[in-house]
Structures are given as structure tokens and as C-alpha cells.
Design a protein around this ligand. Structure first.
Ligand SMILES: [Zn+2]
Length: 134
């Protein structure tokens, strides 16, 4: 499935970094960054960049393949609590489904997401891999 290059380009900050919003009033960190804090309503939000390290809260194993999706199945998808405090959905890679565990430390890694066709553009983005000693 062909993607729009311009849409992918406009979303590059989300594909290649993890922007977070830090409320300067209550201190909560939110993902994605919003103009208003969902906890206290403050509009004093500072955009910060996550270091990309966190803990896998929970996960599921998916056997579903979207059109144009190149990921090998089964695929592990889960929720990661970043060390900054925000919780984000993420694909977990470089670990077998039998070895993945809730509470394991994970870090963001750059991985191939998809391509237009065998000779087309290749799209990369962030996934999460087990983190050693982090
Ligand atoms: Zn707040």
C-alpha cells in the first residue's frame, strides 16, 4: 500500500523521536503532547523529548497483518511506561513471544516499518527492543 510521502514527512517527529508534553503546573508527562494538561487543565505545557527507555507494562501477541504490512508474525504489541512517566503504545521487537515479560526494560530502536513496493520507498520508525542494563 502506497503511503503519502508528504504525510510521512510531516509526522517525522513522531516516527523518529518520542515527543512528550510536560505540564509545568502539576508535573505530569503526557503523550502525545497536548495544548492543555488532561490532569489539571493548565496550558503551560513544555514539549520534551523522551530518552526512549522504559518498562513494558503489558503486551499482547498479534497474528493480524494489515495490507502492505511487512512485519513478521506473530508480532508483539504492548504499552511501555517511559522513564519520563508517559505511557505509549509500541511494537516490541528482537524478542521471542515466549520470552517477552511484563516489567522488562525496553528501549526505542529504529526499525523498518514498511515500503511502497519491492523497489519503492522504505519507511522507518521507532519500535522497542529489550534493554540490557538500563
Ligand atoms: Zn497538569
Amino acid at each position: 500500500m502506497k503511503k503519502s510521502i508528504s504525510i510521512f514527512w510531516r509526522r517525522k517527529k513522531i516516527h523518529y523521536a518520542i515527543p512528550l508534553g510536560k505540564c509545568m503546573k502539576c508535573g505530569k508527562v503526557i503523550y502525545p503532547p497536548m495544548r492543555r494538561c488532561p490532569y489539571c487543565g493548565s496550558e503551560d505545557i513544555k514539549v520534551i523529548r523522551s530518552k526512549g527507555i522504559g518498562t513494558l507494562l503489558n503486551y499482547t501477541i498479534s497474528y493480524f497483518r494489515k495490507e502492505g504490512d511487512e512485519a513478521s508474525l506473530p508480532r508483539i504489541v504492548g504499552l511501555v511506561r517511559l522513564d519520563e512517566g508517559a505511557i505509549i503504545p509500541a511494537e516490541i521487537v528482537d524478542v521471542d513471544p515466549e520470552e517477552v515479560k511484563e516489567g522488562m526494560r525496553v528501549e526505542a530502536v529504529l526499525r523498518r516499518l514498511s515500503s511502497d513496493d519491492p523497489y519503492g520507498l522504505i519507511y522507518y520508525g521507532l519500535k522497542f527492543s529489550p534493554a540490557l542494563n538500563k
